[in-house]
Ligand binder design. Structure first.
Ligand code: F1X
Length: 309
């Protein structure tokens, strides 16, 4: 089994507009709402590839049934820890041009009783899993060292996809894999990442902190992966990018499955990149069709990336 900690669950609203102009009144051309959050997308990606998966996260009374039904239908066992306050909403505004602007609520602040339940539930499931994933922002009220402490205390291979201080602490704790995007890697390095060479150097520096596998996702430039002295670049062309929100989560989901199946570094990375690209081919945030992944998998161009730093 694979366990995903996607603690800061959200309802994701995708709002469609002709054009966003700051300070103006807008009328929507469409609105869709889905259960969301980075970890939730990782879990549904894992399930879509046919692996058993559990998701641990916050839930409120109003949305419990919606999340349980929606996740159950997708093959995810949801362990929702109930809170009194509403879970957060995250907005993605898509303009006709395809440009996307995200506005993310911080979400509810939780107390030590809820924190205890959340972490104990995650630990118990993760300890019995082949791979554990910690993904997304932490709920307010929880220490920024939470991911680091979980990484240190679990006997399972851990993947961390986070940002800011939680990512910094987690890197120092030496998880098996991290997946920053360009912005997150720039913040960690305090340096701009202006191309593939700089992204490769960032991945190498993170790996030197004691991480077996570092993946830096680079949007339409694909992704770079560094493991045991080998750096790979992978990308794949797609016909149309409909909704890329959640592509990084799908990439993590694909790589989690590759690792759980003990696939090679190259095949695991190829599957991750195929899932990330397939996610952008559908309108639903954080969702891909398995047949798209199967079509894209052999088309992903993976090459050794030579770099000199
Ligand atoms: O605040 P977090 O947890 O870092 O990110 C939340 C979020 O941007 O991540 C997903 C897309 O990757 C969306 O479901 C959600 O809106």
């Amino acid at each position: 089994m694979i366990t995903v900690g996607g603690f800061n669950t959200s309802m994701d609203e995708l709002i469609e507009l002709e054009e966003l102009s700051l300070g103006k009144v807008h009328r929507t051309t469409g609105v869709q709402a889905y259960p969301g959050g980075k970890g939730l997308h990782v879990a549904t990606s894992v399930a879509a590839l046919g692996e058993p998966v559990a998701l641990v996260g916050l839930i409120d009374r109003a949305y419990r049934t919606t999340f349980e039904d929606w996740l159950g239908a997708r093959g995810v066992a949801f362990h929702g820890i109930e809170i009194e306050q509403p879970i957060r909403t995250c907005f993605a505004i898509r303009e006709q041009s395809g440009r996307i602007t995200e506005i993310l609520e911080a979400g509810p602040e939780i107390d030590s009783r809820i924190e205890g339940e959340l972490l104990a539930t995650f630990r118990k499931l993760a300890d019995a899993s082949r791979v554990a994933v910690l993904s997304g922002s932490l709920p307010r009220g929880i220490s920024e060292q939470t991911y680091a402490k979980l990484v240190e205390s679990l006997g399972t291979r851990c993947i961390v996809d986070a940002s800011g201080e939680p990512l910094r602490h987690a890197i120092a704790a030496g998880p098996f894999m991290v997946k920053p995007n360009r912005d997150e890697a720039e913040k960690w390095l305090s340096m701009p990442i202006d191309g593939l060479e700089a992204a490769a150097a960032a991945a190498q520096r993170m790996a030197y902190e004691g991480i077996a596998l570092v993946v830096v996702s680079l949007g339409d430039q694909g992704a770079l992966a560094f493991s045991h002295g080998v750096c790979l670049h992978a990308s794949v062309d797609i016909d149309a990018c409909i909704n890329p929100v959640g592509s990084g989560d799908a990439l993590v989901g694909g790589m989690t499955v590759g690792l759980a199946r003990d696939w090679s570094f190259e095949a695991t990375f190829r599957l991750g990149v195929a899932c990330g690209a397939a996610n952008a081919l559908t309108g639903e945030t954080g969702f891909f069709r398995r047949e798209d992944v199967e079509k894209l998998f052999p088309l992903v161009k993976v090459r050794t990336f030579p770099f000199s730093r």
